[in-house]
Design a binder for this molecule. Structure first.
Ligand code: SF4
Length: 475
């Protein structure tokens, strides 16, 4: 498909890169391909619909419109946006890129998508640009690439300013402007429920340290006081990660950062935790998912409940904040198991560390999920829901389904009423005790626990939500 640039028609073709939602960050995955496409000669416009309205002029003028699909919510929003793009510009070549593009390629093609790229997508987008500009016919087969790429410094001039994105609450009433970058993509692990796995299949690719540091530097120049590393797992390549954070701290000693690291890596690389603290790390997100051994085994998480407890101790002893995430509602969840999760969080003094939404998440099963191959999954599957872009499943215990709805309602109400995490936790604990039939057991008064200064993002990490009316109304 690639052809030499000097054979491409010389007039600049307009390329529009669109992101609908990227967890409250300024999207690296618009800025990175924007740089490579500009180097290839394209005239590029970036449009982040999480912040701005649709740039209709750019849609009309584009020869190539590429939509970034990093996760479920962004995919749903992009599907909802597509008819408007088609109406404004029926001629443009429509490409989808990011983890969810190849997973949903068949459906995206049926509604008008032309190209689908997963994995390392910058070079693929340039190839599409070159071919579209040259008038070549392109294959509509989904492409997944994990090939090593040469990166350019991400081009961020065209994106909304950092102060319009989610900020960091330090938990003591002060906030910090947040920049976002990625030091690696993919993952060397193969957890069954993870959308990274069908695309990268146990591989990860690093972004060179000098590019990452230049990207950080340009965001600090624009006001970033904290950097969020969005790598699926920062310790897939611990040497690479440590090179970057040591250089970051040497040059900008007042800039803080956070990263995502799996429980297994927190244990294996425990000696690095004090260095993370010394170089400005404020908190570590870790995907615990469950404290039930059977569920951890089915998800192939590579850690046990005891591992989680040890990792929580290590992180806290290093003076870092742990921000655990969960998938509490699965086909195998029991009411007692959910109660055990709540009690474990209380025992580990982690109630305030957990965003309430993390206690209400249902397992999401997208196309090509490794969970679909699991014999234990089969009795619970109820077919593919095209509109929801995921497989339907039901817990065999209807009272667990009812508890899930109750917990979701509590979390929604607590967000609406700005309730504290302790008060929300206390309400969830109470309905769970009742669901377990423990009506005689007194509930500890979690709502009166002293408030701790826990750093957290103003937009909780949550990638499998239904699009909200507010998000849909922006399209
Ligand atoms: S460690 Fe994290 S990113 Fe890697 S496969 Fe497991 S859930 Fe996915």
């Amino acid at each position: 498909m690639a052809r030499p640039l000097n054979r491409v028609r010389r007039q600049l073709m307009q390329v529009l890169l669109l992101s609908t939602y990227d967890l409250g960050h300024q999207p690296f995955s618009l800025a990175s391909p924007a740089a490579k496409l500009r180097t290839a000669g394209a005239s590029v416009t970036c449009n982040d619909l999480a912040i701005d309205d649709l740039n209709e002029k750019a849609v009309r003028e584009a020869g190539l419109i590429a939509l970034y699909l990093p996760m479920h919510t962004a995919t749903r929003l992009s599907v909802a946006l597509l008819p408007r793009l088609k109406e404004l510009n029926p001629e443009a070549h429509i490409a989808f890129y990011g983890l969810y593009a190849p997973l949903n390629a068949e459906y995206l093609k049926s509604i008008g998508g032309d190209s689908f790229i997963g994995g390392e997508f910058e070079d693929g987008l340039v190839e599409i640009y070159v071919s579209v500009a040259a008038g070549d016919t392109l294959s509509s087969e989904p492409q997944i690439s994990t090939a090593k790429q040469i990166f350019d410094q991400p081009f961020r001039d065209d994106l909304p300013s950092l102060d319009r994105y989610a900020h960091l609450n330090l938990g003591n009433g002060t906030t910090k402007t947040v920049g976002y970058t990625e030091a690696s993509r993919g993952c060397k692990h193969v957890c069954r429920h993870c959308p990274v796995v069908p695309v990268y299949n146990g591989r990860f690719r690093i972004i060179p340290a000098d590019i990452v540091l230049r990207d950080i530097r340009q965001q600090i120049d624009r006001g970033a006081e904290h950097i969020s590393f969005g790598d699926p797992d920062f310790f897939n390549g611990p040497s690479h990660a440590m090179t970057i954070v040591k250089a970051l701290h040497a040059e900008f000693p007042n800039v803080t950062y956070d990263a995502t690291i799996k429980v297994e890596h927190l244990l294996k690389q425990a000696e690095l935790l004090p260095i993370l603290k010394d170089t400005g790390c404020l908190f570590i997100t870790t995907a615990v998912e469950s404290v039930e051994e059977e569920i951890l085994h089915l998800l192939d998480k590579g850690h046990s409940q005891e591992d989680f407890k040890r990792a929580a101790d290590l992180v806290q002893n290093a003076g870092l904040t742990l921000s655990p995430t969960f998938v509490p509602f699965t086909p195998w969840t029991t009411k007692e198991g959910f109660l055990h999760l709540l009690e474990t969080l209380a025992e580990l003094n982690l109630i305030e560390n957990v965003a309430p939404i993390q206690l209400a998440i249902r397992l999401l099963i997208p196309n090509r999920s490794y969970l679909l191959e699991l014999p234990e999954m089969q009795p619970h599957l109820q077919g593919y829901d095209q509109e929801a872009l995921s497989y339907k499943w039901r817990n065999p215990d209807e009272s667990v389904e009812a508890l899930c709805i109750e917990v979701q309602e509590i979390v929604e109400a607590s967000a609406r009423d700005s309730l504290s995490r302790q008060k929300t936790f206390a309400e969830i604990y109470e309905v769970t005790l009742a669901a377990c039939g423990r009506t005689n057991q007194a509930s500890p008064d979690f709502s009166t626990l002293p408030t701790m200064a826990i750093p957290s993002m103003s937009e909780p990490w949550f990638c499998c939500a239904e699009p909200t009316q507010e998000q849909l109304s922006r399209l």
